[in-house]
Design a protein around this ligand. Structure first.
Ligand code: S3P
Length: 167
């Protein structure tokens, strides 16, 4: 089974995905990392040089052209489900799981580690919460199309495994 983990930046897709893959004996694939390897640039550098539109096209291409093993946990960039037909593509090719968290919790988690996230680089405190509230508001309609929606607060790989098993 291919399981696509989706959700806002800071929702734990990569950390939980890696742990879940190891529990299940599945391969773990981080699409942001794949993209960085392909272009030999960090995402921040790619954004700076080529801009967001080019990034969105490339991340969609990486999603669709990656060769996935039968069993894989795939972590996706926070914006990926919201562009082109990416959400439909993931649902047609596997199961999608939305790890859902509130803007406040996301902001607390994102206050550190913003340097590598070009959309957040210049935002702090209340401005960061406002930005997340607005972006999440725009993105929720895509995220909520996921096959499974799971509360990301105190979520562990074990719990995630159980939720997926019964869905
Ligand atoms: C983005 C999320 C990032 C990365 C890029 C854009 C977004 O991935 O793809 O910085 O638009 O939300 P993470 O969700 O893994 O941080």
């Amino acid at each position: 089974m291919k399981i696509f983990l989706i959700g806002f930046m800071g929702s734990g897709k990569t950390t939980l995905g890696r742990k879940l893959a190891s529990r299940l004996g599945y391969e773990f694939i981080d699409l942001d990392h794949k993209l960085e390897q392909q272009v030999e640039l960090s995402i921040a550098e790619y954004f700076q040089i080529f801009g967001e539109d080019a990034f969105r096209k490339l991340e969609s291409e990486v999603l669709k052209k990656t060769l996935y093993p039968d069993n894989a946990i795939i972590s996706t960039g926070g914006g990926l489900p919201c562009y082109f037909d990416n959400m439909d593509w993931m649902k047609a090719n596997g199961k999608s799981v939305y790890i859902k968290l509130s803007p406040k919790t996301l902001a607390d988690r994102l206050e550190t580690g913003k340097e590598e996230r070009p959309l957040l680089q210049d935002k702090h405190g209340d401005a960061l919460v406002d930005f997340i509230e607005q972006k999440l508001g725009e993105r929720e309609k895509f995220y909520s199309q996921a096959n499974i929606i799971v509360d990301g607060l105190s979520l562990t790989a074990e719990k995630l495994e159980q939720v997926i098993a019964v869905s």
